[in-house]
Design a protein around this ligand. Structure first.
Ligand code: ATR
Length: 289
């Protein structure tokens, strides 16, 4: 469908932004469903965020994704935020609802859907979550609703404890936090059903790093990494070799995008189309290296 005077504009704001995969996935989905929407990437510097959101209002931009470094800051320019974005203190999705800007956070739900789509039933399970940054907080919030037990380990233990405390007040579940020591990882892995790496350890250009010794992994644990560059992190490669089921960061990327897509369009996101578009682009990028 060509761009016309009626085309609804969506996009992503962040800095840097040129490597974003979001336009690829959303435009493929709009095209597949024949929706008169288009998705663009906008580099917005920190000092320009307020003006950018003003611009969203005055230009009537229909929806935006928000990424680094604006996810927390953006909240104060919105008219309302949902309970998830409110708890996390960060929004990654804005809907322009007839002039009212509403903020959402789809990171956590994206992670949960990625797990569920890959056959993980999280009800009643124990999750070991590494990290306490924005993404980890979003995952912890969405997971706490369904899980029986959640252990958050982080290098800065104060951040992990803060998240655990906030969640305990909200959910009647066993939620604890500790520092990211080798002992704590090893001990908690023994009876966890799901391991999620939400730290940046293992991300390009540090592909050789993993927080988990290979021999601690086992076949009866699901291992998810939120890193998608590389697609197969060292953690996932080791987990696969030890017989664990693995879920790559691409899955979370797609499902958080799918949740944004559904907020903007009211239509069910075509997951396979979005995934194929992203994988195709990543393959092209790799073959150009
Ligand atoms: P995001 O928004 O993607 O979650 P972030 O908020 O910067 O990014 O969080 C990065 C996470 O990776 C944090 O949990 C961070 O730990 P600290 O809170 O202690 O900084 C974690 N992290 C980054 N580098 C790490 C390293 N070398 N070892 C352990 N954890 C690391």
């Amino acid at each position: 469908m060509g761009i016309s005077g009626r085309t609804r504009i969506c996009g992503v704001i962040g800095d840097p932004i040129e490597h974003t995969l979001s336009p690829i996935m959303h435009n493929a989905a709009f095209k597949h469903l024949g929706l008169d929407f288009a998705y663009l990437a906008f580099r917005v510097e920190k000092a320009e965020l307020k003006n950018a959101i003003k611009g969203m209002r005055s230009l009537g931009i229909h929806g935006l994704n928000v990424t680094m470094p604006h996810k927390s800051e953006v909240i104060k320019y919105l008219d309302d935020v949902d309970s998830t974005a409110n708890f996390i203190g960060a929004a990654n999705t804005i809907l322009n609802d007839a002039g009212k800007l509403l903020g959402f956070n789809t990171d956590g739900i994206g992670a949960i859907r990625a797990l569920e789509e890959n056959g993980v039933k999280i009800e009643g399970k124990k999750m070991l979550l590494l990290g306490a940054g924005g993404a980890a907080k979003a995952i912890a919030f969405s997971a706490a609703e369904h899980l029986d037990e959640l252990v958050i380990l982080n290098r800065n233990v104060g951040k992990a404890k803060g998240i655990a405390e906030g969640l305990r007040r909200k959910f009647n579940k066993k939620i604890t936090a500790d520092s990211l020591s080798q002992d704590a990882i090893k001990e908690n892995l023994k009876n966890s059903d799901i391991l999620v790496n939400a730290t940046s350890v293992g991300m390009h250009p540090n592909e050789n790093q993993s927080l988990i010794a290979k021999e601690w992994l086992k076949p009866d644990i699901y291992v998810m990494d939120i890193i998608y560059n590389p697609i197969e992190t060292k953690l996932l490669k080791n987990a696969k070799e030890m017989g664990s089921k693995v879920i790559s960061g691409i899955e979370m990327l797609i499902h958080q995008g799918a949740a944004s897509f559904e907020i903007w369009t009211g239509r069910r996101a075509p997951i396979k189309i979005m995934k194929d578009a992203i994988l195709r682009r990543l393959m092209e990028e790799n073959s150009n290296c």
